[in-house]
Design a protein around this ligand. Structure first.
Ligand code: PLP
Length: 342
């Protein structure tokens, strides 16, 4: 099957499995796993930050960051469709006792610095303290669109001028960097923390990395333990992540080209709503007019052709390209859409 439901469906590559089998390990809760320690140091360097913490998932990375940046009762400012607010099971409230101030923002997940400034609570006992601004790069709900270094800096300046921290949910930040042709640190240099995932476009089976100052990472390490995320011989997982950084990041542009090929085919058909300008990385979002076909029927016809698409959104679809979708697979997907919708 060609599985386009998500980039989380990727399986570890043969190189990853080999590295996992050979990994030197130790007890990571005691900071004694050499493979994890090397990965943390490597990632801190890539993101231009002092320190890093290997965590189980993107959700844990974001939530450990919020926990470490805030006190109970604080408020986080973020875009209305951000993953942190919508798709992390309300963890910001349950784990850290936070409320959210959601902003409409500009298109594609970009925050308007003036809107952020207006959202920051004054020092007033009636108001929750605003302590963190969160950006998501790439922006999942907007089709994997990219926030530029300049847009990030503009938000950081407002946040910092008012004593707030800037956290980046960079689950797919390597996709953003690839699209812009910049080093990832160009996207994080104005932020106080960033979380990114190995288990999405980078194709590793498990793991995310949270980066920030040494002090912040110390607090996040405690939060990780509190959340039950202290792993022991986690070097077997970190070994696969090293392969992600050695090999998989270098091919992300292929995922982007494959997504564009499929999106361009879809955009040719009447009844398909799709903004080609928003197809910048590996995510395609489109909707299908019900008079053309029911969404479930499209998914069933694709499945008959060996292609899995997520049919949970009714007439709305998200397709994601990744390491297990080759250029010829993408051509086959485009051909299948052409046959079914043509
Ligand atoms: C933008 C974004 N942030 C965070 C996450 C959470 O990652 P995980 O599923 O590893 O918890 C996801 C997952 O899809 C995501 O798309």
């Amino acid at each position: 099957m060609i599985d386009l439901r998500s980039d989380t469906v990727t399986c570890p590559t043969p190189l990853m499995r080999e590295a996992m089998a050979r990994a030197e390990v130790g007890d990571d809760v005691l900071s004694e796993d050499p493979t994890v320690n090397a990965l943390e140091e490597r990632c801190a360097g890539i993101m231009g930050m002092e320190a890093a913490l290997f965590v189980c998932s993107g959700t844990m990375g974001n939530q450990a960051a919020l926990f470490a940046h805030t006190q109970r009762g604080d408020e986080v400012i973020l875009e209305q469709n951000a993953h942190v607010g919508l798709y992390e099971a309300g963890a910001f409230a349950v784990l850290s006792g936070l409320t959210l101030h959601k902003l409409a923002g500009r298109p594609w997940g970009v925050l308007d610095p003036n809107e952020v400034r207006d959202a920051i609570a004054p020092d007033d006992v009636h108001r929750a303290r605003s302590t963190v601004v969160c950006l998501e790069n790439t922006h999942n709900v907007s089709s994997g669109t990219v926030i530029t270094p300049e847009q990030t800096r503009a938000v950081a300046e407002v946040a910092h001028a008012h004593g707030l921290k800037l956290h980046i949910d960079g689950a797919r930040i390597f996709n953003a960097a690839t699209h812009l042709g910049v080093e990832p640190r160009a996207l994080t240099e104005h932020a106080d923390s960033v979380q990114f995932c190995f288990s999405k476009g980078l194709a590793a089976p498990v793991g995310s990395m949270l980066c920030g100052t040494r002090d912040f990472i110390g607090r996040a390490r405690r939060a990780r333990k509190l959340m039950g995320g202290g792993m022991r011989q986690a070097g077997v997982l970190a070994a696969a992540c090293h392969v992600s950084l050695d090999v998989v990041v270098l091919r992300l542009h292929e995922d982007h080209a494959n997504a564009r090929l499929i999106a361009e085919e879809l955009a040719r058909h009447a009844g398909v709503s799709l903004d080609l300008n928003a197809i910048q990385t590996n995510i395609i979002r489109f909707s299908l007019a019900p008079e053309v076909m029911e969404g479930r029927r499209l998914a069933a016809l694709m499945k008959e052709r060996g292609i899995l698409v997520d049919a949970r959104g009714g007439q709305r679809f998200r397709l994601v390209t990744h390491n297990d979708v080759s250029a010829s697979d993408a051509a086959a997907v485009a051909q299948a859409f052409a046959e079914i919708l043509g």
